[in-house]
Design a protein around this ligand. Structure first.
Ligand SMILES: C[S@@+](CC[C@H](N)C(=O)[O-])C[C@H]1O[C@@H](n2cnc3c(N)ncnc32)[C@H](O)[C@@H]1O
Length: 298
């Protein structure tokens, strides 16, 4: 099965404005579709570092002396680059979220389409799993996860049902969890389940915390004139990216210097997020919620 179909491939590579002798980072290597396109654009020179926290991504490492794979969370970007003697880079690409491989691999527990252990870790060595969250989180913390990350309208009812269920038995696998949700599903079943699974996945992998650390690293690691390209799939992620690129902080607050000039660490290349074309969405429906933002370090 195809590991992953890269989203907005031509547009994102174009936005990086690749220099043949430059140094680039693909923060979310996955199936390596974007990485291979960056290597092609560099035509046999330059350097590319590909990060992924999922050990399965290692199967896709290209045989190319200009490429280094780093199996790590991208929140540690600058620290790992320094180990390679790299302090600044000319461009960074991040294509956030999960890969098709992760969603389609039943045993990983990311998808409600299969019956599997409730795992959902992108990093197979991490401690926190979906099972721990469902069986151990306090009711009010579950409410927060479902409303913030899944925009579940009846998140209180859902959290209460989980707490009642686990008093009787441990919630072990996805089909038991889905059966338990039966009477409380609101609206379209698959949409509801997708939102619940997405919310748990974001919490398991601390996706918002990792994105904040990553963006802070980007600010420190991009050389002047270097480009950052981020493709996100969730409104909370997109808001963090938008605010940070606009103002250098996550709230989007205008910060003024001593002379009253507004500080802007980046020049925005996309004023409005770019979305995939209808042609791309019909070929690859998983691209439908993608939003790409591009900025240049001043
Ligand atoms: C949407 S896929 C990227 C697909 C890739 N662009 C391609 O063309 O195949 C996202 C990948 O990023 C990885 N990932 C997500 N968050 C990460 C993080 N915080 N640190 C490292 N890797 C991460 C996932 O494991 C997954 O393989």
């Amino acid at each position: 099965m195809n590991y992953h179909d890269p989203v907005l491939k031509a547009e994102s590579i174009d936005a990086l404005g690749i220099r043949m002798d430059g140094t680039y980072v693909d923060a979310t290597f996955g199936g390596g579709g974007h990485s291979r396109a960056i290597l092609d654009a560099m035509g046999g020179s330059g350097r590319l570092f590909g990060f992924d926290q999922d050990e399965d991504a290692k199967d896709n490492i290209p045989e190319n002396e200009n490429f280094n794979f780093i199996q790590s969370n991208f929140r540690h970007l600058s620290r790992y680059l320094k180990l390679y003697g790299v302090n600044t880079v000319d461009g960074i690409l991040a294509d956030l979220g999960v890969s098709s491989h992760q969603l389609d691999e039943a045993t990983r527990g990311f998808s409600f389409r299969f019956d599997a252990d409730l795992d959902m870790r992108m990093n197979q060595n991490a401690d926190l799993t979906a099972k721990t969250i469902l069986n151990e989180y306090k009711e009010e913390d579950l409410v927060q996860v479902f409303s913030d990350y899944g925009e579940i309208r009846n998140s209180k009812t859902l959290a209460q049902a989980i707490v009642n269920e686990r008093r009787l038995r441990k919630i072990e696998n996805s089909q038991d969890f889905i059966n338990m949700m039966g009477p409380i599903i609101r609206g379209k079943r698959n949409r509801y389940l997708a939102q619940v699974f997405q919310a748990i996945r974001i919490e398991v992998n601390d996706e918002m915390g990792a994105l904040k650390d990553f963006l802070t690293n980007v600010g420190q690691t991009l050389a002047s004139g270097g480009r950052i390209v981020v493709i996100s799939y969730h409104s909370l992620e997109d808001r963090l990216v938008k605010n940070y690129l606009k103002s250098g902080n996550f709230e989007g607050k205008q910060i003024k210097d001593f002379y009253g000039n507004i500080e802007r660490p980046f020049k925005l290349i996309t004023k409005k997020a770019l979305e995939p074309s209808q042609v791309e969405i019909s070929r690859n429906p998983r691209a439908r919620s993608a939003k790409m933002r591009v900025a240049e370090k001043k």
